[in-house]
Write a protein that binds this ligand. Structure first.
Ligand SMILES: CCCCCCCCC/C=C/C(=O)SCCNC(=O)CCNC(=O)[C@H](O)C(C)(C)COP(=O)(O)OP(=O)(O)OC[C@H]1O[C@@H](n2cnc3c(N)ncnc32)[C@H](O)[C@@H]1OP(=O)(O)O
Ligand SMILES: NC(=O)C1=CN([C@@H]2O[C@H](COP(=O)(O)OP(=O)(O)OC[C@H]3O[C@@H](n4cnc5c(N)ncnc54)[C@H](OP(=O)(O)O)[C@@H]3O)[C@@H](O)[C@H]2O)C=CC1
Length: 301
């Protein structure tokens, strides 16, 4: 049997404490892309201090891009900057910015544009949610998820677009959403926010075409990252059963797709949603963490 091209963690290995790829993995993972693919390219990645955003920051830097990452936790950003510097010799710019604060977003986009001469690709990857039955959401919990994933993403999109318009510069936005086509029980807040982002993106992909701004989304399925800490162990044991490949994706699967979209090869892709989920959208039941007994008649999940 052929070995997989990239490492896929064994979901049943109880000895693994690490969730997702290590910095050593990210420095050494093979890539299909040419090492100078993104020379001269400027990329801002929100949530770039961990998980998929960190993998994107590593890969973009390895391919020659000038990268900035933002998040709420300075230590995570600094650590990522140092690890990428060590692996690639490149300088990653860090912004301790909460995307829920529009003034802070405005200042970050202005600064990174001024420092670099202009952003080429904005990747809105920051986000998340907690698992809970919708009927039990508190107002604060609902607002936290909507404010992060919908409002925060929008402040970033609008500020970048305004700056591109005033600079007369073309730009590209890639929004990381989720695979929400059939809904996702215990994640209704995030489904609402991500569906909002997908249709916001499709709409402005048309509105902003005259400004030479393209907008696309990527919908990951179950991708093993540090973010899995949000979920109970029992649910994690079942996540890989949510797709017919019976696998978890990893951050590199998503990072390589982002680099493809950022490259000239994707110049004619606009207003699209690309799903990376091992076939989850077509498969079985919609409860990644397992169904309540009410539904689970034959133990199918
Ligand atoms: C299994 C099936 C899977 C089903 C779903 C399976 C999805 C699989 C695929 C997706 C995987 C991923 O996205 S993995 C990536 C996950 N990564 C993340 O989620 C990281 C970022 N997330 C966050 O920062 C937080 O979750 C988020 C709520 C969005 C923003 O946080 P804030 O800092 O604003 O909020 P907090 O102060 O933590 O919480 C604000 C309020 O939210 C509510 N709240 C917060 N955590 C809560 C919790 N665990 N349970 C209930 N309620 C909670 C409370 O009301 C909180 O108020 P108080 O009561 O006053 O405290
Ligand atoms: N892993 C998966 O299976 C899937 C993940 N996703 C989504 O993909 C994205 C990346 O997730 P993943 O890498 O797995 O998880 P992580 O939890 O590692 O990444 C989320 C990142 O977003 C940052 N972030 C969260 N809230 C804010 C905020 N208000 N302002 C700025 N930064 C913020 C976090 O940093 P900090 O807390 O320091 O601010 C963190 O670095 C998220 O939007 C996630 O919901 C979607 C589908 C599946």
């Amino acid at each position: 049997m052929n070995e997989p091209r990239i490492f896929r963690p064994d979901p049943d290995d109880p000895t693994r404490s690490q969730r997702g790829l290590t910095e050593q993995d990210l420095a050494a993972m093979p890539t299909v892309f040419r090492s100078d693919l993104l020379d001269g390219h400027v990329m801002l990645i929100s949530g770039g201090g961990s998980g998929m955003g960190k993998a994107m920051a590593f890969l973009a830097s390895r391919l020659g891009a000038t990268v900035a990452i933002c998040g709420r936790t300075a230590e995570k950003l600094d650590r990522t900057r140092d690890a990428i510097g060590e692996a690639t010799g490149r300088t990653v710019h860090c912004y301790t910015t909460n995307i829920r604060e529009p003034e802070a977003v405005e200042a970050m986009i202005a600064d990174f544009s001024d420092v670099t001469g202009g952003i080429d690709t904005l990747v809105n990857n920051a986000g998340g949610q907690f698992p809970q039955d919708a009927i039990d959401f508190t107002r604060k919990g609902w607002n936290a998820v909507i404010d992060t994933n919908l409002n925060g993403t929008w402040w970033m999109m609008q500020e970048a677009a305004r700056r591109w318009r005033s600079d007369g510069r073309k730009g590209h936005i890639i929004n990381i959403v989720a695979n929400v086509e059939r809904g996702m029980p215990q994640a209704a807040h995030t489904c609402a926010a991500r569906a909002g982002v997908i249709y916001l993106s499709k709409t402005v992909a048309t509105e902003w075409a005259p400004h030479d701004i393209r907008v696309n989304c990527i919908g990951p399925g179950v991708i093993e990252t540090e973010g899995f800490a949000m979920y109970p162990e029992e649910a994690l044991k079942r996540f890989h059963k949510a797709n017919p490949m019976k696998a978890r994706g990893n951050a590199w699967d998503v990072a390589e797709q982002v680099m493809y979209l950022a490259s000239p090869a994707a110049d004619f892709i606009n207003g699209d949603l690309i799903i990376i989920d091992g076939g989850q959208a077509q498969w079985g039941v919609v409860w990644p963490g397992g169904m309540p007994d009410y539904f689970d008649e034959g133990g199918a999940a």
